[in-house]
Design a protein around this ligand. Sequence first.
Ligand code: COA
Length: 167
Amino acid sequence: MKVRSAEEGDLQQVKKIASTAFQLHRYWTDRGLDRRNVEGYYEAEVDNFFKELSGNRDRFNMYVVEDEGQVLGYIVLKIDEYLSRAFNQRWGTIASFALRSDSRGRGIGSVLLSKALEWFREKGAERVDVSTDAENVAAIQCYEKHGFRTVYAGVTLTKVLAERAKT
Ligand SMILES: CC(C)(COP(=O)(O)OP(=O)(O)OC[C@H]1O[C@@H](n2cnc3c(N)ncnc32)[C@H](O)[C@@H]1OP(=O)(O)O)[C@@H](O)C(=O)NCCC(=O)NCCS
C-alpha cells in the first residue's frame, strides 16, 4: 500500500469511490433529488478536481492510496487564494476525502490525512478548514484525532418553487 499524488489514470477509480461515498451529505440525503443525478453530481465534482489538478500543483493537490493497482481512497487539497487574501493568512481547505467502503476503519484515512497535513505545512498554510456533515461521526472523529476542532455547524434550507415530474 502506498500514498502518492493522483495521476490522470486514477480518474475512473476516484469517480467510482466518490459516486457512493457521501451518503450523509446534503444531496445524497435529499430524497427529492433523482438518484442518478446525485451520483452524477459527485462524479462531476471529481472531473473538476482533475481539471484543477492539471493547472497548478502549488495550490492544489490530490493524494491517492493505492494497493496492487487499486485506488482505495483519495484526498483533495487546496490553498484557497480568496480566503487567504481576505483573512491575511495562508488558508488551506480539504475539498474532498473518501475511501472505498471496504477500506474504511483500518487507519488508511489517517495515513492520507497525515500526508495532507504534511503538504499543507510544506505550502506554508497557517490554517486548514474542512466541512463535513454533522452526523458524519467517522469523519469528525478522524479529523479530531488529527487536531481539528469544530468551529461552526450550519444548516441548509431549501424551498421548492417548481415541482418536477418524476422520471
Ligand atoms: C471519513 C473516512 C475518510 C475516514 O477514513 P478511515 O480510514 O475510515 O478512518 P481511520 O480508520 O483512519 O480512523 C481514524 C479515526 O477516525 C475515527 N473513526 C473512523 N471510523 C470511525 C467510525 N466508523 N466511527 C467512529 N469513529 C471512527 C476514529 O477516531 C479513528 O481513530 P482510531 O482508530 O484511533 O480510533 C472514511 O470513513 C470514509 O471514506 N467515509 C465516507 C466518505 C466521507 O464521509 N468522507 C468525509 C467527507 S468530509
